[in-house]
Design a binder for this molecule. Structure first.
Ligand code: GAP
Length: 505
């Protein structure tokens, strides 16, 4: 489904609303509606279960959003958490210089993909890898992409903003609004939001809204290790809000100013970090596949331009409706953060290794995924328009959200066949009452049964239970499967057990 239709679906079915909608909205800030909050909570539960519950050596915390201002000095965010910005003098629009260059690269990539698609249609037994490595035009464009990417990565690593401007000029990049190439110099802009503690406004009292949840884990490293007696390697996981004053805030919930992260810092012996880095890359990729995301929609992207704390980093990219983009990051953060906090706080953040009988600062491998981005990935992967036969055997279309049952906002809808038959509605209410303590269920009686099925399909409800006149005779109900559309008769007494088995699959 195209991106515009996904956004419209989110509003219509109570998944996501623009924040402060009645005041014309607040840019890049969103609210989750009744179905959205259920889906988002289910994503968080699934992540927590697989990271914390399934690993004896990973424990969770919930740290505060506000932290001592020195935290952000030590972590490098005060000095280095910047985006390179450039203004177009004619349109007065502000852009991220790196995004302008990435968009330019994406256009070249799109040309290559177009050529591949054309060739695919032309030849039987088409070998894409062979085609990409032998076709002259594709090789030429790919070389250009590699050169531009390297030049930008070098400029970003060196903090060389004059070179960033020069790349834009050399590539002849024009403002997408005005078409003009009249650019200002590129400047660095810090992404942290600040506020102050108490009523005294001064630099020392300046607080930041955390731009990542990770630092709450680092400063608690010894508190957690000592209170849980964990031995290396072990991890600390956290889910929580993060805030960034994103300049190019667009693409719906892909890039927000207030968002939620699910992060895990894995503390390891120095020298073993690359082994764990590879382990977590693979483990996290499998996690995405376990949720039914097709492998061809996922890929690794190794970072050329490493953050100030990392010695290796890769993204898991997902093919969003606007192309392959970062969904999750896996970073080998060395001992940068713990050492920096140790230095600035004057407190030791070392692990006593009983096997080696020595103290040292552990290295860290981090997995970091945006909950909202995961939400968008799940939705864009699962939302489909489908042609199915209607009750008379004619073709009809339905919008269906084919999400795994474990993520579905509503697990089961209880539907009396007719609204104005008290014997049916009271029986349906009885069934609803018997199930609602076990699963998130919905009772619905308004509109014809077909329309109610469509509404449940649109929010991804895997099962509908219909109560009809036969139910009153023999105690059986119809169980409808969202994906196969199969309808089976089962006894009310067996319903909870059957649903339980199906939903646990
Ligand atoms: N602790 C490491 C860290 O924060 P990051 O790559 O800046 O690394 C991690 O962010 C993840 O957080 C990203 O992969 C993305 O899923 C999510 N994320 C980052 N910025 C975001 C934003 N403005 N809106 C929504 N999600 C964001």
């Amino acid at each position: 489904m195209d991106f515009k239709s996904i956004i419209a679906h989110c509003k219509e079915y109570g998944f996501i609303f623009q924040s402060s909608d009645i005041y014309d909205g607040l840019s890049a800030v969103y609210d989750y509606g009744p179905n959205g909050v259920e889906l988002k909570n289910n994503i968080k539960k699934y992540w927590w279960r697989s990271m914390v519950q399934m690993h004896e050596n990973i424990v969770g915390i919930d740290a505060a959003i506000f932290m001592h201002p020195k935290t952000w000095k030590a972590s490098g965010h005060v000095d280095a958490f910047n985006d390179p910005l450039v203004d177009n003098k004619d349109s007065k629009k502000r852009y991220r210089a790196d995004v302008l260059i990435e968009d330019y690269i994406a256009k070249i990539e799109a040309k290559n993909n177009k050529d591949v698609e054309k060739a695919k249609k032309k030849f039987d037994n088409f070998d894409e890898t062979m085609f990409r490595s032998t076709n002259g035009r594709i090789i030429e464009r790919q070389t250009k992409i590699t050169q531009i990417s390297k030049r930008m990565a070098d400029a970003m690593t060196a903090g060389d903003m004059a070179e960033m401007k020069q790349i834009i000029v050399d590539l002849d990049i024009a403002c997408p609004i005005s078409g003009s190439k009249n650019w200002t110099d590129v400047r660095q802009f810090n992404l942290m939001f600040s506020t102050q503690l108490g009523n005294i406004a001064g630099e020392e009292d300046k607080l930041y809204l955390r731009p990542e949840t990770a630092q709450g884990i680092f400063v608690n490293f010894l508190n957690v290790q000592k209170s849980t007696r964990q031995k290396l390697p072990f991890g600390i996981a956290q889910i929580g809000k993060a805030f960034r004053n994103e300049i190019v805030a667009r693409q719906f919930i892909f890039r927000m100013r207030e968002f939620e992260q699910m992060e895990m810092q894995f503390f390891v012996q120095p020298g073993t970090e690359m082994k764990w880095y590879e382990y977590w890359k693979e483990t996290r990729l499998k996690w995405h596949q376990s949720l039914g995301t097709p492998s061809e929609k996922l890929r690794f992207h190794d970072h050329d331009n490493l953050a100030h704390y990392a010695n290796a980093a890769a993204d898991i990219q997902f093919e969003f409706p606007f192309g392959f983009k970062e969904l999750e990051g896996i970073h080998s953060r060395t001992d940068f953060d713990l050492k920096a906090h140790q230095e600035l706080s004057g407190k030791k953040l070392q692990y006593f290794d009983p096997d080696k009988n020595e103290n040292y600062v552990p290295y860290v491998v981090e997995t970091s995924i945006g909950c909202d981005r995961m939400f968008l990935a799940v939705l864009s992967n699962a939302l489909q328009e489908e042609t199915i036969p209607d009750s008379k055997g004619n073709d009809s279309t339905r919008t269906v959200l084919k999400i795994p049952p474990t993520l579905a906002p509503v697990k089961c809808a209880i539907l009396p066949l007719l609204k104005n038959k008290p014997e049916l509605t009271s029986k349906a209410r009885e069934v609803f009452e018997s199930l609602k303590g076990s699963f998130n269920c919905q009772y619905e009686e308004k509109d014809a049964i077909g329309k109610r099925y469509r509404r449940q399909d649109a929010i991804g409800t895997p099962y509908c239970v219909t109560i009809d006149f036969d139910t009153l005779e023999d105690g059986s109900v119809t169980l409808r499967d969202r994906d196969s559309l199969n309808q089976t008769r089962i006894n009310i007494d067996d319903l909870k057990g059957v649903l339980f088995n199906k939903l646990m699959d």
